[in-house]
Design a protein around this ligand. Structure first.
Ligand code: ASC
Length: 155
């Protein structure tokens, strides 16, 4: 019994401490996961960005909710770029993601940090603060896309 409990405890510890990439059985699953996560981030960030640009009326509560969601989601895709997940489903990941992993990580961390600033700005309810933070997030999205996202989907 004691041994079983120790095994269970060890397994549980392993499950929480393994990198997120290890949760995917197949490359296809990792690609679906990261694409889904990026889509959700874009949807929630997009709602705030639309308010910041005047394309949508400003609603402080909706801005705060969407910024909080985008910030919560921001780091998720980066656990799904494990080695070997370049193929499996059509995707736009450039090889540099794995060749220059440190630079890719820095770009991801930058987006996560900017999204955290947007979350904080939206919590204040100030449209001016939101506008500035949206600019920071947008720049971090674009910077990473320029370097690491291909124009076309792979086959
Ligand atoms: C978005 C979105 C992106 C970024 C990018 C910023 O709202 O879906 O991919 O902003 O367009 O340059």
């Amino acid at each position: 019994m004691k041994r079983l409990l120790l095994t269970l405890a060890a397994t549980a510890t392993l499950a929480v401490s393994l990198p997120a990439a290890a949760q995917f059985q197949k490359s296809e699953d990792a690609i679906k996961y990261r694409q889904g996560a990026f889509n959700l981030i874009a949807a929630h960030f997009g709602r705030v960005a639309a308010m910041a640009s005047g394309r949508a009326p400003f609603d402080a509560k909706a801005a705060a909710e969407n910024a909080a969601l985008a910030s919560t989601l921001a780091s998720l895709p980066f656990g799904a770029f494990g080695e070997g997940t370049d193929k499996g489903l059509p995707n736009r990941a450039k090889a540099d993601i794995w060749k220059d992993a440190a630079k890719f990580k820095a770009a991801g961390d930058k987006m996560v940090a900017e999204m955290g600033k947007l979350d904080a700005a939206a919590k204040t309810g100030s449209l001016d603060a939101i506008k500035a933070a949206v600019g920071g997030v947008g720049g971090s999205c674009k910077g990473c896309h320029d370097d690491f996202r291909a124009e076309r989907y792979s086959n």
